[in-house]
Each structure stands twice: as C-alpha cells, then as structure tokens.
Design a protein around this ligand. Structure first.
Ligand SMILES: Cc1cc2nc3c(=O)[nH]c(=O)nc-3n(C[C@H](O)[C@H](O)[C@H](O)COP(=O)(O)OP(=O)(O)OC[C@H]3O[C@@H](n4cnc5c(N)ncnc54)[C@H](O)[C@@H]3O)c2cc1C
Length: 472
C-alpha cells in the first residue's frame, strides 16, 4: 500500500520529503522543513517519542522519570502544518521506486533524509548482550532501574549470606566513555544515598561496589588528559573502582571475566560501543567505519543524490578528514544544514555552503552531584563550575518547556535533599535479558533462605534462585 504523502496538509504538487527517525537530527530537519512552502514532510519513527538520550542514565538510576526526557513526536511537530508523523518501523528502501518500505506499507519520496542513529555494538560478542544489557531506549533504562532497585531489596533479604549480598550489590560498567562514567557516578551516589536513608536499619552491613572497566589507558579518552584524570579522581572519591588498560574477556550471566579475574555481579551494563543502524544494506552500499554510511561533504549518499544521511548513521568528515563524532550537536547541526539544502533545491535562491561544517561548542561529562568536566576548546572546567555548565546545557537542549521545568525542579530537589524521586519498583519482574523474568509473582528471595511452602524456586545464577509464590 502506498501512502499519499501529506495529502490533507498540502493542496498543490509538493516536493515530498520523507525523514526517517525523529531523533536529534531528523527532528531538527523536520521542524525546519515544516516552515518551507512547497514542501510536504513525512516523519517516520518506530517510536512515538523523541528521546533525549544524554539523560537516559538518569532514568536508569532513579534520578528522573521517563516522561521527563521523552516527548511525543506528534506533539513536538503539532504546529507544523506541512509535517505529517507516522509511527512506522522502516524495514528497507526501494531506491528505484523512491519509496520507503515499512513492512507491508510504502511511503513515496522525492528527497529522503535518513536519521536512524546507532545501536549498541558488542564487537562480535553478541552473546554478551543477554548478560550485559546496554542503554539506548526508555525500555532499557526502565529495565535497568528495576534491576538496580530490586538488587538492593534482594540484598536486604540476604541478611545471612554475605557473599550473596556482595554479589547483588556489585555493579560493573563495561566502557569508560561518557555514558560509563556518568552511570558509574550516578549508581555510586544512588547506592550511598539509599544505603544511608532507605536501608539504614538493615542489619549485617550492606556495601555497594561499583567497578568501571576500560580497555584504554584512561577514562573519557576524548577529553584532555587533565580532565580525564580529574573525572577518575572524582569517581574514586565516590568509591568507584577504576580498571583501565583492562580488557573484558568474557561475560556470562552474573560474571564478568577480566582475564583470570572473575567479578561476580548482579548488574553488568554495557556502555562500550555503538554501531550504525543497518541502513547501508537498505541502500545497497558498502558500510564504512562503525557500520555507518559514507556521505559526501554535503551529506548526500554518492550513489543516491536524492538521499541524505545524517547523525550517528552517517560517516561525515571534518575539515581535516577525520570522522565527526556521534554526538547530539553534530546530528542537530546536520539536520539544520540538510533542511536549508533541500529548501534551496526546491526554491533556488542564494547559494549556500556546498559542504557541511560542524561547529564544536564543547564537550561535557558529569560525574556526580556538583562534579563534572567540561572542555570548551582551550578552556577546561572542573568541579562545580563544570557541573553548572553541564546542567544549563542539558536543560537548554531538552525539548519542551514542560520537560525543562520538570528536570530543573527534580535536580534542585535532589541537590538539596540527596534523595531521588524515581525509586519506585513498578513491577517485580523486569524482563531483562539474562534474568529469565526476575521475580515475577513475589519479591525474589535468595536461595539460601529456603523455599516457602507453595512457592517454586528457579536458579538464575550459581548462587541465586528466584522464588515465585502463588498467593501470599
Ligand atoms: C546513553 C547515551 C548517552 C548519550 N550521551 C550523549 C551526550 O551526553 N552528549 C551528546 O552529544 N550525545 C550523547 N549521546 C549520543 C547522542 O544521543 C546521539 O549522537 C544522537 O542521538 C544522534 O542523533 P540521531 O538523530 O543520529 O539519532 P537518534 O537521536 O538516535 O534518533 C534515531 C531515531 O531513529 C528511529 N529509528 C531507528 N531505526 C528506525 C527504523 N528502522 N524505523 C523507524 N525509526 C527508526 C529511532 O526510534 C530514533 O527515534 C548519547 C547516546 C546514548 C545512547
């Protein structure tokens, strides 16, 4: 079935632009194109929301709620009368017929903008995904939050089993980039605050262990060495163990192998790498570095001049021939550039820049409450000043007034009270890969406590069983 693009919104023959992906790049392109007369835009995304991924780890660590960092795409684009939004999972592109294929449906285009982003990469160890999930979607963040909070509850119940308690309260982050660092700091602070407030009456001593493993020589490799060192010091101050120059050799359910050393951990999180979504195969071109599609300086695909690829899915080079990083500002600036280029193609007018050039306004990473590092060219900030810059930048880039107010208010409350609002376990059974549906039915009890009458125990690791009970 072919969908007539935007038939309701446009009377005359319009230039049909289809944008795949309502992330940072696609949304920016669609918003700008929505104001161009003679252009009819259709935005396709498999999700109904735009996600602010840089704050995803805060949902996973109970600092923010899911709707603080996500907004419905239809709502964001509601004011743009030339833009239509369809929640569709794109499965391919028929470049000869100029149609986007979404399973059995097809959407026709004159110009196509692909902004489908990236997905986690396990560097050929796909089996590790089950034991070490990554953080990319709201579902991932919620499942992780459930697992982290449930681990504390299970540890509290394991009062006579110290090794089991230690295992439950061990959190391993694989990858020392910004996501790993931010997540490690946030888990360490969550643990410190929860153990001090929510679990202070639990006997037997509960201690959390947070370990970050990085194959390279330092954390935050893309930052200046002085800032990396400061981030490492701040993490150590929060009690995080840092293992640099250390390769993960295997991951199995509940264990991380670092050569001969084995760490037993209930929660293992993969933050080590991403690869582009598989659009190279859709376009029948050779995938470039990281599975991305190599684009011309004007972001068009050499083999398909009517198709632009932007954001994490594109391999675009900077002025000295280096690949641009997979960052939100790169995607946004490319979305803006492409919208201008399409406007010129449709309307002619003043010639614009024939190649995209990225303007780098700086890089930031936060380590915890009042702790961050920021690099603005030669200007390097650390500590509280960097944290303020980080917070202001993130509030500024969040989509929507409501989200900005909600996130600011929650951060202020958390800063003053040391308490996080999202500590509610909404279901006992995060369907996390590797848990086999942890604790559905009743709170999980350590195997060492025995199986109560009317309950059945299922082993989920060598030392833990989940006990499910009919009615309690
Ligand atoms: C946990 C995490 C933390 C990050 N932190 C930072 C940070 O601090 N600073 C920073 O600058 N960058 C950060 N990034 C990177 C940043 O989020 C990306 O660079 C940016 O999102 C890329 O934008 P994009 O438009 O290319 O793709 P995305 O924003 O990922 O959007 C892609 C969209 O395409 C849709 N899509 C994908 N495949 C299909 C399909 N087949 N059919 C339909 N729709 C599809 C997706 O649903 C999604 O909405 C982070 C990323 C992650 C995962």
């Amino acid at each position: 079935m072919t969908i007539p693009v935007n038939s309701a919104a446009w009377a005359g023959p319009a230039h049909r632009v289809v944008v795949i992906g309502a992330g940072f790049g696609g949304l920016e392109a669609a918003r700008r194109l929505g104001r161009v007369p003679g252009v009819a835009v259709t935005v396709l995304d498999r999700r109904n929301h735009h996600l602010f991924q840089p704050l995803l780890y805060q949902v996973a660590t109970a600092a923010l709620s899911l709707d603080d960092i996500a907004s419905p795409v239809r709502g964001i684009l509601a004011a743009e009368s030339r833009v239509e939004v369809l929640m569709e999972d794109v499965t391919g592109i028929d470049t000869h017929a100029r149609q986007v294929v979404c399973h059995e449906r097809r959407v026709a285009y004159d110009t196509l903008v692909i902004a489908t982003g990236s997905q986690p990469s396990y560097f050929g160890h796909d089996a590790w995904e089950a034991a070490a999930p990554s953080l990319k979607t709201l579902d991932d963040a919620l499942a992780l939050r459930q697992r982290i909070l449930t681990a504390f509850e299970q540890a509290a119940a394991a009062e006579h089993d110290a090794p089991e308690r230690d295992r439950l309260l061990t959190f391993v982050l694989v990858g020392g980039g910004p996501t790993g660092v931010e997540m490690a700091g946030s888990i360490a602070e969550l643990a410190r605050d929860m153990l001090a407030h929510d679990f202070h009456r639990v006997g037997g001593g509960m201690r959390a262990r947070v370990v970050i493993v990085e194959a390279g020589p330092r954390l935050l490799g893309q930052f200046a060495p002085g800032l990396s060192a400061r981030a490492a010091d701040d993490l150590r101050g929060l009690g995080v163990e840092i293992r640099t120059d250390t390769k993960v050799t295997d991951i199995q359910s509940g264990t991380v192998h670092l050569g001969t050393e084995v760490i037993r951990a209930e929660t293992i999180i993969w933050t080590a790498g991403v690869t582009a979504t598989p659009i190279a195969s859709w376009l029948d071109v050779l995938p470039a570095q990281g599975g991305r599609v190599q684009v011309e300086p004007d972001l068009r695909v050499p083999e398909h001049p009517g198709i632009y690829v932007i954001g994490d899915a594109a391999l675009a080079l900077n002025g000295v021939g280096e690949p641009l990083p997979g960052l939100a500002p790169v995607a946004k600036q490319q979305g803006r550039y492409v919208a201008r280029a399409i406007r010129r193609r449709v309307h002619g007018g003043r010639a614009g820049p024939s190649s995209f050039s990225y303007r780098d306004y700086g890089t930031l990473a936060t380590i915890g409450r009042g702790k961050a590092v920021a690099e603005f060219g030669p200007v390097h900030l650390r500590g509280f000043m960097a944290w303020v810059a980080w917070a202001v930048a993130h509030i500024f880039f969040l989509i929507g007034f409501r989200n900005r107010v909600l996130v600011s208010a929650q951060w202020m409350m958390a800063y003053v009270t040391h308490r996080r609002g999202g500590r509610v376990i909404v279901q006992q059974a995060p369907s996390m890969p590797g848990t086999g549906g942890l604790n559905r039915g009743c709170p999980g009890l350590p195997a060492s406590r025995g199986t109560p009458a009317g309950c059945a125990a299922t082993a989920i690791s060598p030392s833990t069983a989940v006990i499910r009970c009919a009615e309690r």
